[in-house]
Design a protein around this ligand. Structure first.
Ligand code: GLN
Length: 197
């Protein structure tokens, strides 16, 4: 069975675990560098990106996370997790993990509307996916190797760059498993083509 980690420092960990199990993968909570060993993929959940960054530093996880991505293991960042992956953040001259060639803008759907749901049409996944947005960012620029998978109100809210997948909304908070199944498939394909170690 595929083993997929969920960075468990803060945020929607349990919901991701439930969703992964429904898609036939084993979910593993990641709190230390050691927990990354033997994982086929990783989810960076939503939460608060600045808080998550602080905890990543506190638990000495920055280097191990970058190494994990360098090994081409699939990583899926949702909402704050997407911000962690981005190389550029509007209004900030630094980034966090910074390995996805995108620019993100935080809290870009208006302060007063903290959360809302909207039906999304996602390339390669399907139509009418229930997008749950909670103080969500959007992707304002994509680099050459990045494919935009979904736009909402003219703004990119989901994209892929090789083994990195990111979305601005929360697929784990719906009963619709299509987005998580797409990620699990990415993980399965990467695991199948990897030389056995
Ligand atoms: N607004 C949060 C941030 O900037 C992200 C919100 C979320 O993950 N739901 O980190």
């Amino acid at each position: 069975m595929l083993k997929i980690g969920i960075l468990a420092l803060q945020g929607a960990v349990r919901e991701h675990a439930t969703s992964l199990k429904r898609c036939g993968a084993e979910a593993v909570e990641v709190k230390t560098a050691n927990d990354l060993k033997g994982l086929d993929g990783l989810i960076l959940p939503g939460g608060e990106s600045t808080t998550m960054r602080r905890l990543i530093d506190t638990y000495d996880l920055m280097k191990p996370l970058k190494q994990f991505i360098s090994l081409d293991r699939p990583v899926f960042g949702t909402c704050a997790g997407l911000i962690l992956l981005a190389e550029r953040i509007v209004g900030s001259n630094s980034c966090h993990i910074g390995m996805m060639d995108i620019t993100v803008e935080r809290n870009s759907f208006g302060r007063q509307i903290n959360s809302f749901e909207a039906p999304l049409n996602i390339k390669d996944i399907g139509r009418g996916f229930p997008g749950v947005f909670i103080r969500a960012p959007h992707i304002s620029e994509t680099g050459e190797g990045v494919t935009a998978l979904c736009e909402y109100e003219g703004r990119i809210v989901m994209a892929r760059q090789n083994n990195l997948l990111g979305c601005a909304f929360h697929p784990e908070l719906t009963g619709d498993q299509r987005v998580m199944s797409y990620f699990v498939k990415m993980v399965r394909e990467a695991a199948a083509t990897r030389p056995k170690s």
